[in-house]
Design a protein around this ligand. Structure first.
Ligand code: FPP
Length: 242
């Protein structure tokens, strides 16, 4: 049973295993991504219903451009269609859409649809759903450092004042809280350049389930596992009790 008084405020998911799921069924990778979109739909609905405040999904990394051209264009196409299809449901479920990553490098049509959906959901004050698109944590940190260095050079910030708050303000995630629970599906146990700064104290949960099969039950299992853990943030158990 989920304890509603101890929900992770921010859940991030590395949705992995679409390709292997399709291969197991004797189909091509595109079939896996299409079914992966259905899993996105289920998990977003479940998270909104459970009143999770922030859900962040790794939809397309800076490294994903290296995939075969046809797979990249299918992913972009699926994204446009999902945005169009889900808009009404996002409005109905009071979900606000955001994105992180350099979206200016996405195909124009995707960027346009994304900005349009973000604008149409901007007054919703329920769950914040953030899509990581053309996102890479090293790229995010590099551009933050460049901006801060430039402000230091122009005497807008002094070097001694560069602290965690200033760094946070220069990240794509500037208005998001730190990640509490990071889920990765498909049995892989790595971070793959996702939210490196923001997961400093996240609980990690690795599921064997391939993403297209991941459903509400698996999502609840991840939250239940999170709720059994003791988050110490560097302190001792005894300190937490007192
Ligand atoms: C990883 O599986 C998945 C991706 C790189 C893309 C995730 C995209 C979706 C779930 C569909 C569209 C997204 C939204 C937000 C509507 P993989 O291809 O790396 O699988 P493999 O490791 O088994 O090859």
């Amino acid at each position: 049973m989920i304890d509603e008084t101890n929900l992770p405020k921010h859940i991030a998911i590395i949705m992995d295993g679409n390709g292997r799921w399709a291969k197991l069924k004797g189909k091509n990778r595109v079939f896996g991504h299409r079914n992966g979109t259905e899993a996105v739909h289920k998990v977003v609905e479940a998270a909104a219903r459970m009143q999770i405040e922030h859900l962040t999904l790794y939809a397309f990394s800076t490294e994903n451009w290296n995939r075969p051209q046809q797979e990249v264009s299918t992913l972009m196409d699926l994204l446009i269609r999902a945005l169009r299809r889900e808009l009404n449901k996002m409005v109905k479920n009071n979900i606000q859409l955001k994105s992180i990553g350099d979206i200016s490098k996405l195909p124009t049509e995707v960027e346009k649809e994304l900005i349009d959906t973000i604008n149409k959901t901007r007054d919703n004050d329920g769950m914040i759903l953030t899509l990581a698109l053309n996102y890479g944590a090293r790229q995010e940190l590099t551009q933050a450092m460049q901006q801060i260095a430039s402000k230091v050079k122009n005497n807008i910030i002094s070097p001694e004042n560069v602290d965690e708050t200033i760094i946070n303000k220069h990240l794509y995630t500037q208005n998001l809280p730190s990640v509490d629970l990071l889920i990765r599906t498909s049995g892989e146990q790595r971070i793959s350049n996702f939210l490196l700064w923001q997961i400093a104290y996240a609980e990690l949960y690795f599921s064997e389930v391939l993403w297209p099969d991941f459903n509400e039950k698996h999502f609840e299992e991840a939250i239940t596992s999170y709720q059994k853990r003791e988050r110490r943030f560097g302190k001792t158990s005894e300190q937490l009790i007192s």
